[in-house]
Ligand binder design. Structure first.
Ligand code: SAH
Length: 231
């Protein structure tokens, strides 16, 4: 990474830190965790955005990645990651691999990562990129609405697309003590980032964390040929 990029990355981290402080009243998180910060520093976001938008890779904004999808805003990636309270070795499921950036952040934190993507082209590109960048992520090209039953249960589940309801299968696939982070809301309406915690007795608690804007989670058979290319 050149000096200019490093300066931009430091600025981005400073902005994320500031945004944690400003949103603490909603999120209950008072500062960016040092381990999450280290993971943000350890993954080169410019590798995960399209070449023609590389100049904007260190801006605190989402960017288009093709197929009408986006790589999330870095602050949101940091927030969702921190809400998961990941310990090294945790089994984490991500629904919506997209560019692979969030999956790389989870791997950088020492998690065993499982990630599912419904769009074949994005799944293929992320697979190549994660491999070439040296991240180990177990990937599947399929609809993740039903989770990943064969690998369940998980310590944490992160959904990076918005759903009008919390998919019941995902709650089922959480371990007791596990956490699910998901944007909940309609396609074009108000969406809220929700933290779902399953306690030691298996009881489920939900907490709304922040208003957010995500691309929609594909639910049923309206996706492009997914479900037939499990790998
Ligand atoms: N985590 C991604 C953000 C991707 S945007 C990143 O770091 O870049 C959300 C992604 O979710 C899109 O790629 C979209 O195709 C995918 N998606 C939407 N519905 C899905 C579903 N039911 N199963 C799996 N992936 C889905």
């Amino acid at each position: 990474m050149n000096i200019q990029d490093e300066a931009r990355r430091n600025e981005l981290i400073a902005e994320i830190r500031q945004e944690f402080v400003e949103t603490a009243g909603y999120t209950g998180l008072h500062q960016l965790d040092a381990r999450v910060e280290a993971a943000l520093r350890g993954v080169d976001r410019s590798r995960f955005v399209p070449e023609d938008t590389r100049g904007a890779a260190w801006v605190n904004a989402p960017l288009p990645i093709g197929h009408g999808q986006t790589i999330s805003q870095p602050y949101i990636v940091a927030l969702m990651t921190q809400l998961l309270e990941i310990e090294p070795g945790d089994r984490i499921l991500e629904i919506g691999t997209g560019s692979g950036y969030q999956a790389a952040i989870l791997a950088e934190l020492g998690a065993t990562v499982y990630s599912v993507e419904v769009i074949g082209d994005l799944a293929d590109r992320a697979r190549e990129l994660l491999r070439s960048e040296g991240f180990t992520v177990n990937q599947r090209h399929t609809n993740g609405y039903l989770g990943w039953r064969d690998e369940a249960p998980f310590d944490g589940i992160i959904v990076t697309a918005a759903s009008p309801e919390i998919p019941p299968a995902l709650v089922e696939q959480l371990k007791p003590g596990g956490r699910l982070v998901i944007p909940v809301g309609p396609r074009w309406g108000y969406q809220s980032l929700v933290l779902v915690e399953k306690d030691a007795d298996g009881n489920v608690h939900e907490k709304s964390v922040l208003g957010v804007a995500f691309v929609p989670l594909v639910k049923g058979s309206d996706e492009d040929g997914a479900g037939e290319n499990h790998r």
